[in-house]
Design a binder for this molecule. Structure first.
Ligand SMILES: [Fe+2]
Ligand SMILES: [Fe+2]
Length: 398
C-alpha cells in the first residue's frame, strides 16, 4: 500500500486546518501523554505509554458494520464486473518487476562492486531525504495491516485466505504486488549504509503491532474511497521522492521510486474504477460515503508510527515530507480535486436531499482546503531541528 494520506503540516498549520492529522505535531510537546490524547485515542494511561505497540482504545465508540445487508448484495452482484474490470489492473507475476531487478545481486561476482557504487551514490543524498524514504518504506512495510483492513470489509473479504471471488483474488494479488515495495526500499536502505536499520525495524514492528484506524466501519464504500485516495497520494509521494533522488544524482534510486509510483497508479486505477461503478449503481449511497470520509478526514495509514523513543515521530516525519515537497497539503487538495472530477461528483443527478447536501459539501471542499492551506503555509515557518532515530540520531530540520 502506501504512504501518507492527507496533508503533512507543521504545528502552526495544524491548528488552522481542519484535516485529521496526527495532531501531536508540535515538536516541543513530546510527551507520551500528548501523543495518546492528541491522536484522539482516549486513554492516556501509563499502560498505553508502556506498551505503545498496543493501540490505545479510542474515546469515541467505533462504528462497525454500518453497511446494510442490501448493500452487501451490491458487491455480490458486482463480482462478474469486478472479474472483468478490476482484476485487469493486476500484472501477471511473470511480467512483474522484482526487487532483485534493482539491487546488487549477492549471488554474482560483481556484488561488492555494485554495492560500493550504490553506497557512493547514496552519500550524495541529504539526511532529510533519507528520513522521507525511510518513512515511505516503513509505511509500505506495514502491509499486513492493510491486508487485514481489506479483510474486515463486509461483502468483499477473503473468507478463506484462498477464496476465488474476484474481491478476494484482488486483495491477495494486490498485497503480493505491494509486498515488493517495502521489500525493495528496505533492501536499498540497508545497502545504502546511511540509516540505522535496527531502529527502523523496531519502528516497523511497533507500527504493525499498533495497526491503523481509518474509521471505515467495515464498509467497502468507505474503504475503497480511502484506498483510492491512498494509492494516488502514494504515487505522488514516491514520484516526488524519486525526483529528489534524481536532483542529487542518484538515477538508480530515482528509477526505484518511479517504478513503485507506477504500481501505485495502477492500483489507483482499480480502486477509483470500483468507486466509479458504485456511483453508477448507487449514487446516493456513494456520495454519502464520500462526504462521510471527507468529514472524518483521511487519516494516514502509518499514523500510529512509533520508534521506541519519539512519541511524535509521525508528526516529525510528516513535517519533513511537507517541507521537502514529497507530500504536502496542496497534494491532499489535488488528490481530492482529481477524485471529485474523476467521479463526476458535480454532475450527479437524482440524489435524495441528503445526497444533494453531501454532493454540495464535497464539491465545496477543495477551494476551502486550498484557501486554508495557502493562509497557513504563509504563516508556518518552523525552524526547529530534531534528532531522528532512523538516521542514528543525526539532526534534521523540520
Ligand atoms: Fe505501495
Ligand atoms: Fe499501491
Amino acid at each position: 500500500m502506501a504512504l501518507q494520506f492527507g496533508p503533512f503540516l507543521t504545528s502552526k498549520t495544524m491548528k488552522s486546518l481542519s484535516f485529521k492529522l496526527p495532531s501531536n505535531a508540535n515538536p516541543s510537546r513530546g510527551s507520551p501523554k500528548s501523543m495518546s490524547s492528541n491522536l484522539g485515542y482516549g486513554s492516556t494511561s501509563k499502560e498505553n505509554v508502556k506498551k505503545p505497540s498496543v493501540p490505545s482504545r479510542e474515546a469515541r465508540v467505533p462504528v462497525t458494520h454500518s453497511m446494510p445487508p442490501e448493500k452487501i448484495e451490491i458487491f455480490k452482484s458486482m463480482e462478474d464486473w469486478a472479474e472483468k474490470n478490476v482484476l485487469v489492473h493486476l500484472k501477471p507475476v511473470e511480467n512483474c518487476w522484482q526487487p532483485q531487478d534493482f539491487l546488487p545481486n549477492a549471488a554474482s561476482d560483481g556484488f561488492e562492486e555494485q554495492a560500493r557504487e550504490l553506497r557512493e551514490r547514496a552519500k550524495e543524498i541529504p539526511d532529510d531525504n533519507f528520513v522521507a524514504l525511510v518513512g515511505s518504506m516503513i509505511t509500505e512495510e506495514a502491509l499486513p495491516t492493510y491486508q487485514t483492513m481489506l479483510n474486515t470489509l463486509d461483502g468483499v473479504r477473503d473468507e478463506t485466505a484462498s477464496s476465488l471471488t474476484p474481491w478476494a483474488v484482488w486483495t491477495r494479488a494486490w498485497t503480493a504486488e505491494e509486498n515488493r515495495h517495502g521489500d525493495l526500499l528496505n533492501k536499498y536502505l540497508y545497502l545504502s549504509g546511511r540509516v540505522d536499520m535496527k531502529r527502523i525495524e523496531r519502528t516497523i514492528q511497533y507500527l504493525i503491532g499498533a495497526g491503523m484506524d481509518p474509521q471505515t466501519e467495515n464498509s467497502p464504500y468507505l474503504f475503497f474511497i480511502y484506498t483510492s485516495f491512498q494509492e494516488r497520494a502514494t504515487a505522488i509521494s514516491h514520484g516526488n521522492t524519486g525526483r529528489l533522488a534524481k536532483a542529487h544524482g542518484d538515477m538508480k534510486l530515482a528509477h526505484i521510486c518511479g517504478t513503485i509510483s507506477s504500481d501505485e497508479k495502477r492500483h489507483e486505477a482499480a480502486y477509483t474504477k470500483i468507486i466509479e461503478k458504485l456511483f453508477d449503481i448507487d449514487p446516493d449511497g456513494t456520495v454519502l460515503a464520500l462526504a462521510n470520509m471527507m468529514r472524518k478526514r483521511i487519516t494516514m495509514p502509518a499514523h500510529l508510527m512509533y520508534d521506541g523513543c519519539d512519541h511524535n515521530i509521525f508528526s516529525h516525519y510528516s513535517a519533513i515530507v511537507q517541507r521537502l515537497g514529497v507530500y504536502t497539503a496542496k497534494d491532499y487538495a489535488d488528490v481530492l480535486e482529481f477524485l471529485v472530477g474523476r467521479w463526476k461528483v458535480e454532475n450527479l443527478t437524482g440524489l435524495s436531499g441528503e445526497g444533494r447536501r453531501a454532493q454540495d459539501y464535497v464539491c465545496s471542499l477543495v477551494p476551502k482546503i486550498r484557501r486554508l492551506e495557502e493562509r497557513s503555509s504563509e504563516r508556518a515557518k518552523e525552524t526547529l531541528t530534531i534528532p531522528f532515530s532512523w538516521i542514528s540520531d543525526r539532526q534534521v530540520k523540520l
